[in-house]
Design a binder for this molecule. Sequence first.
Ligand code: GH3
Ligand code: MG
Ligand code: MG
Length: 323
Amino acid sequence: VNDSKFETMILVNILKKNGFSSITTATSAKQALSQMGIVCATSYPHNLPDIILMNLILPEMDGIEACQHIKNTPTLRDLPIIIMTSTDRDDLIRKAFQAGATDFVSTPIREVELISRIETAYRLKQEMDRRIAREKELMRVMLELDKVNKRLKELSFVDGLTGVYNRRFFEETLNEEWQHAIRHQFPLSLILLDIDYFKRYNDYYGHFLGDECLKQVAQAIKGSVHREGDIVARYGGEEFVVVLPKSSEEVASKIAHRLQLNIHGLHIAHADSDAHPTVTISVGYSTLVPQVGMDTGQLISEADKALYQAKRQGRNQVCTYTP
Ligand code: GH3
Ligand code: MG
Ligand code: MG
């Protein structure tokens, strides 16, 4: 960038002689900025050079102001700018550096000095570009890793066969809900359910259909609870557990009966069941307002006792815990 066509011609000759073939010249800073597509600091630049060689003194907009423009454009911040100046005014050189100039050469140009400074600036620019590319790649890999970790965590909480939460997730979440219920004195309900005569189902229909049945039952249970915070998990084998935070006994009873009805609604034939010609479940539930000094085992054990009672009374039914 030089307003003297004669000086520019000499400069271009020197550069070409030293192997720089792609050279764009401008007679003013404004022209140079518009060649790069910079209309204002926010406009998107294009046709970018690797290095800008610019006079300090220019008509209209001088080299210092042009430096500021370029450095204020985020995508151009790292573009090296070598200022050419004949001035021996240290204050202007200092200002040019403050405005973002990378280096300066004094005029009249000494070829060896100019080429050495261009090469150094170019090397630095390449190093900078490599570093930015590495940082971008690192960022991309980190985001990818983050996604994979989240997915892994999700998977470690899900039962592989049925797709509902696993026992580990159930235990962790029940503990959290328990503490929450103690703090706020909310009721907490827990439903345990077990498929009736499932061993016979396996024996009669085979393990493969047994698995299919488990999946369908799990999905039907999941589809029976709708409130955010409710948890459906596989407790083990053909037993499932439903945690209902902030839920009264009435709510638990309603959902327990809905579970029984919805499993009925699957109409999965079970020819060897003594309870019903299709797959059924026995359900036990309990509700309590947790107190300091009690633990989650009490709630589980109460629901389990209720479930046992449902089994003993003939299966295919819902029982609540009675002390
Ligand atoms: P009850 O009505 O008293 O609950 O009888 P049950 O036969 O359902 O109970 P039992 O505990 O005797 O048998 C449970 C059966 O569940 C035995 C086991 O083979 C089966 N089971 C447990 N996990 C799986 C599984 O992942 N896949 C299949 N297909 N069967 C399973
Ligand atoms: Mg069982
Ligand atoms: Mg069973």
